[in-house]
Design a protein around this ligand. Structure first.
Ligand SMILES: [Zn+2]
Length: 94
């Protein structure tokens, strides 16, 4: 269950804005993305298309009640999305 890979497509949201991030060590431009792992819920980072995680945009580690709340919100949104998908799948076709 533990998600620690930044390359997991389901654990981040892509391109929060159009500003390119700093260059990766491979000299490719990175894009800002948001991590949704248990360790770093809601934390923004710069992502290379080739290497995945490049560096943090938000320097501080998530901590305290904010971190717990973000994980709870993430999981709640996840289960709601799943429910919505199931409901849509059950709509009879006309
Ligand atoms: Zn790279």
């Amino acid at each position: 269950m533990e998600q620690s890979q930044y390359s997991d497509a389901s654990s981040y949201t892509h391109s929060l804005n159009c500003n390119p991030g700093p260059f990766c060590h491979c000299n490719k431009a990175t894009m800002m993305s948001k991590s949704w792992t248990n360790e770093n819920p809601g934390r923004r980072f710069f992502r290379c298309d080739v290497h995945g995680f490049s560096s943090w945009a938000d320097k501080e580690n998530p901590h305290g009640w904010q971190k717990v709340s973000l994980i709870e919100a993430r999981d709640e949104i996840g289960s709601l999305k799943e429910e919505l998908t199931n409901l849509r799948a059950n709509i009879p076709k006309r």
